[in-house]
Design a protein around this ligand. Structure first.
Ligand code: XMP
Length: 512
């Protein structure tokens, strides 16, 4: 992606590299991450306004540790080294790095020289995230100390004339107070960026790049109706128009009206080549009698691929398959060591079954809020752009026990009422995920003069940033009362409504 004002981020395998890119973009400057051993000529040809070295797990004094071309320091371009990046800068410039007496990890008070352009308008003492064992113990010639902690006398260094800066802590993480200000200071005070980059530039540049890359070839997209695949599809459509075909497998497990809304937006508003496959019955048949949550996921995942494959075969060979992978998916599926609590069928899978040459992931570097901004920029309705997360297996994992058409209809209605009331109370952007669950429990009630024996609906609403942990939301009682009374009055076969007051952990957000 070409941009007039570019920051190159040299990647030394640090865990926060994408976050650095994100922070730079938040400061309205475009950034690109490149491998640490990118040839100097390439960097030079990109004409960056500044270069950032990321952190990394290696030690600079070890043999074979990642090393950039030392001549990078002769390009007359400002450089900011973070953690390993600072140590590397020190080593190359003639300072010394050694193993510290103990590992320093966590939020640490750092004393800052606020006369440094890097720290201007910051307080003298700032809480920063430290995560290192090695440290710079001898400054390179021409450098001076600009930050220190009790354990790390050289926690920051600068050579103002050459515009080289190093910091041992991580400005890119939220735990570092004023971290973004430090990055902004580097961009504006040191690199003299003007900050003309916006999400609209991302759209323009992506469209241009996609056009160049794809030309007149054919692209296929599996549209789920979720934010990510929708934004990816519209972006591609803007670039290549009718050469994009979207397949929307309607498994009947979406929320009330959702499948029709997806169709209206993509077909009518954007005039995208859309194939909607109505396969509700097929899914219901496959799921009949299945009660085990992982079994449901497996069946839905498999069936989804099968339907998609059948449709794709009708189209024949395509050159590219688009996926709405976003950056958090890349991190989450990369770890692979955590215990599997629930398998998420929408990560991985698909590609093996379709005849295509290459995958395109136009949103791979974006975080969720950036994807939403891109969506708005592309003219996708707010309702879709701010849609709460919805699991791939859909309502199947919100019906405890076996799934029938009748149960699905009950759940759709109850869930719709809950969402409608949350929206009426203008709380739809306050709570992060909220839905109804059809429990497998029937209980006795009384309606009019008669006895009822009907289902219990549970309402779930959580507040969270990362969905890894979550707290149950403190919904106003009046609102709960209204939702409860509407559900029992308007939805047949429900005579009791309960509210789930369990956080995650120990519960999970979904019931299955
Ligand atoms: P849990 O229930 O694990 O959910 O606390 C965390 C987040 O993941 C979503 N979720 C899924 N998403 N396929 C998905 O695409 C799945 O099988 C699945 N299970 C849970 C859930 O909605 C919540 O946002």
């Amino acid at each position: 992606m070409k941009n007039e004002e570019l920051i190159v981020i040299l990647d030394f395998y640090g865990q926060y590299n994408q976050l650095i890119a994100r922070r730079v973009r938040e400061c309205n400057v475009y950034s690109e991450i490149l491998p640490y051993d990118t040839p100097l000529e390439k960097i030079k040809s990109m004409n960056p306004k500044g270069i950032i070295f990321t952190g990394g797990p290696a030690s600079v004094y070890e043999k074979d540790s990642p090393m950039c071309d030392p001549k990078i320091f002769e390009l007359n371009i400002p450089i900011l080294g973070i953690c390993y990046g600072m140590q590397l800068m020190s080593k190359i410039m003639g300072g010394n790095v050694k193993r510290g007496l103990k590992r320093e990890y966590g939020e640490t008070e750092v004393h800052l020289a606020t006369s440094s352009p890097l720290f201007s308008s910051l307080p003298n003492n700032n809480i920063c995230l430290m995560s290192h064992t090695d440290l710079v113990d001898v400054l390179p010639n021409g450098f001076e100390i600009i930050a220190s902690t009790d354990n790390c006398p050289i926690a920051g260094m600068q050579n103002v004339d050459k515009r080289f800066y190093g910091i041992q802590f991580h400005p890119e993480v939220n735990n570092t107070v004023h971290g973004t200000d430090i990055i902004r200071n580097f961009l504006y005070n040191v690199c003299k960026c003007s900050g003309n980059w916006e999400m609209s530039s991302f759209v323009q540049e992506s469209v241009k790049d996609l056009k160049e890359k794809i030309g007149n070839k054919k692209v296929l997209c599996a549209l789920s109706g979720g934010v990510d695949s929708s934004v990816a599809a519209v972006l591609l459509h803007k670039a290549i128009g009718k050469n994009l075909t979207c397949i929307f497998v309607d498994h009947g497990l979406l929320r009330k009206n959702e499948a029709d809304e997806v169709e209206t937006i993509f077909r009518n508003q954007f005039d995208i080549n859309l194939i909607r496959v109505n396969s509700q019955e097929r899914f219901l048949n496959r799921l009949a009698g299945i009660t085990e949550p992982e079994e449901k996921r497996k069946i839905i995942g498999e069936e989804f691929i099968r339907v998609f494959e059948e449709e794709a075969k009708k189209i024949g060979k395509v050159n590219y398959l688009v996926q709405g992978t976003i950056y958090p998916d890349v991190i989450e599926s990369g770890h692979g060591k955590a215990a599997v609590i629930k398998s998420h069928h929408n990560v991985g899978g698909l590609p093996d079954y379709v005849d295509f040459d290459e995958i395109i992931e136009p949103l791979r570097d974006l975080f969720k809020d950036e994807v939403r901004k891109t969506g708005l920029e592309l003219g996708i309705p707010e309702k879709l752009v701010y849609r709460q997360p919805f699991p791939g297996p859909g309502l199947a994992i919100r019906i405890i026990g076996d799934i029938t058409k009748e149960k699905l209809d009950i759940l759709k209605e109850a869930d719709y009422i809950f969402r409608e009331e949350i929206a009426n109370a203008k709380l739809d952007r306050t709570f992060n995920q909220y839905f109804a669950v059809l429990t497998n429990l029937k209980s006795v009630g009384v309606m009019g003069d008669g006895r009822t024996y009907d289902y219990t609906v549970a309402l779930r609403c959580v507040t969270t940033t990362d969905f890894m942990t979550a707290t149950w939301s403190k919904i106003p009682y009046e609102l709960l009362e209204k939702v409860s009374s509407r559900i029992v009055n308007e939805v047949n076969h429900v005579n009791r409504v309960v509210y789930d007051i369990t956080s995650k952990p120990p519960a999970t957000i979904e019931w299955e």
